[in-house]
Design a protein around this ligand. Structure first.
Ligand SMILES: [Zn+2]
Length: 144
């Protein structure tokens, strides 16, 4: 697996996350994403923050590691969770208590790169390569 694969968000059609999605999610969170839980992410189950049967995709941005106990509490409806694209989670108990958890893994600062940002970067890289070969690009107004 390359670092790029680890850093990229990905989405698959199946319920089961791929191995590379698992690795990416483990690297991002480090431990169970329930507030205060320290169970190693590698020993956790992969939870679809927005449930798969409610249209939640098997995508790295919708997956979080939860230990058996906390996965069960969520499945039973004791808690609901809202996960943002940066991996911050707002947990709400049935009683309305709210607690936030933030990713703590080695890749915790991983965030979604928008298509626009990706295209800008691609454009920048292409421009630099062209300039290295053909010299600086002179921006001239169109002749009409
Ligand atoms: Zn836990």
């Amino acid at each position: 697996m390359t670092a790029l694969q680890l850093l990229s968000d990905s989405e698959v059609d199946s319920y089961q996350p791929t191995e590379s999605q698992r690795h990416a999610v483990i690297a991002r969170y480090g431990s169970c994403n329930f507030p205060g839980c320290t169970m190693a992410a590698s020993k956790c189950q992969m939870d679809h923050a927005k449930e798969y049967n409610r249209g939640g995709p098997t995508a790295t941005w919708n997956l979080q590691p939860l230990c058996t106990k906390h996965h069960r509490l969520k499945t039973l409806g004791e808690y609901t969770v809202e996960l943002d694209p940066q991996g911050n989670a707002i947990w709400r108990s049935k009683d309305g208590e709210e607690v936030t958890s933030v990713p703590e893994g080695v890749l915790k600062d991983m965030r979604r790169v928008t298509l626009d940002e990706r295209m800008q970067r691609k454009h920048q890289v292409r421009r630099e390569k062209n300039e290295a070969i053909y010299g600086p690009v002179v921006e001239e107004p169109a002749p009409f």
